[in-house]
Design a binder for this molecule. Structure first.
Ligand SMILES: O=C(O)CC1=CCC(=O)O1
Length: 255
């Protein structure tokens, strides 16, 4: 699977791969690009399979497929080892890589994510809705999980930009990724991760809350650190770009 990607920054800089949330495309990371490039990093953003400009094979997909896609991307770019920054589904992919391909991962940043995200019926229902009615049917609810109410009120244009982003995701791609999340259980495998890991949560994330989701990840990965960002919901890196980027850069420069 050849993922759609955009690479920016110095070709000889340390490579940082960015993987996004279910329902997003690589534009969700726009706020992070310039600050990392200015600090000398080679920033590679990709669209997960079934999303954005990447191919949309028919489902089912497993997390293993999403991880293998990133390894194929690294191979194609001739990159032996990269940092991986992932949010939600991107963070799940990052954990899979840290567990199954430790030699390829220099460090991990796991944003607003979970090692086991139930109940399975929620993902079955959402996949069924999307296959029947399209991603537009889940776009508004998605934005409500992604952004705090105050931010949506202050920035209706940005909320609309993200709503349209979700609605543009191919239904089969979104639904098949729901299935991968439904079947994911990484909790017992977290101690295998050896990469230096930073876990970042949004204080108001209704999908992957700090207490129920971020904390177990930070406690499961040896040496991992947890940061909780105030005034952030699920798409914290978009709503609070300055704070997320500061934390990411600090971690990358120490790793
Ligand atoms: O859309 C959601 O409910 C939140 C989410 C779970 C995995 C992901 O990428 O987003």
């Amino acid at each position: 699977m050849k993922l759609h990607r955009v690479a920016e920054g110095p070709e000889d800089g340390p490579v940082v791969v960015f993987g996004g949330s279910l329902g997003s495309d690589l534009r969700m990371w726009e706020p992070q690009v310039a600050p990392l490039v200015e600090r000398g990093f080679r920033v590679v953003r990709y669209d997960a399979r079934g999303h954005g400009g990447s191919p949309v094979p028919p489902g089912p997909y497993e997390l293993e497929d999403l991880g293998a896609d990133v390894l194929a991307l690294l191979d194609e770019l001739g990159v032996e080892q990269a940092h991986h920054v992932g949010l939600s589904l991107g963070g799940m992919t990052g954990m899979w890589l840290g567990i199954h391909a430790p030699d390829r991962i220099a460090s991990l940043v796991l944003c607003c994510t979970s090692a086991k995200l139930g109940p399975p019926s929620m993902w079955v229902d959402r996949a069924r809705t999307v296959r029947a009615e399209g991603t537009a049917a889940v776009a508004e609810a998605g934005v409500q999980r992604w952004l705090t109410p105050g931010y949506r009120e202050r920035h209706p244009d940005r909320a609309e930009f993200l709503r349209a982003m979700i609605a543009a995701v191919p239904a089969e791609g979104y639904a098949a990724c729901c299935g991968a999340i439904e079947r994911m259980d990484l909790l017992d495998l977290l101690p295998k991760i050896t990469a230096p890991t930073l876990v970042i949560a949004g204080a108001h994330d209704p999908a992957t809350s700090p207490g129920e989701h971020a904390r177990p990840i930070a406690e499961g990965i040896p040496g991992a650190r947890l940061e909780v960002v105030a005034e952030a919901a699920h798409l914290g890196s978009y709503e609070q770009p300055a704070e997320f980027t500061r934390l990411i850069l600090d971690h990358l420069e120490r790793a």
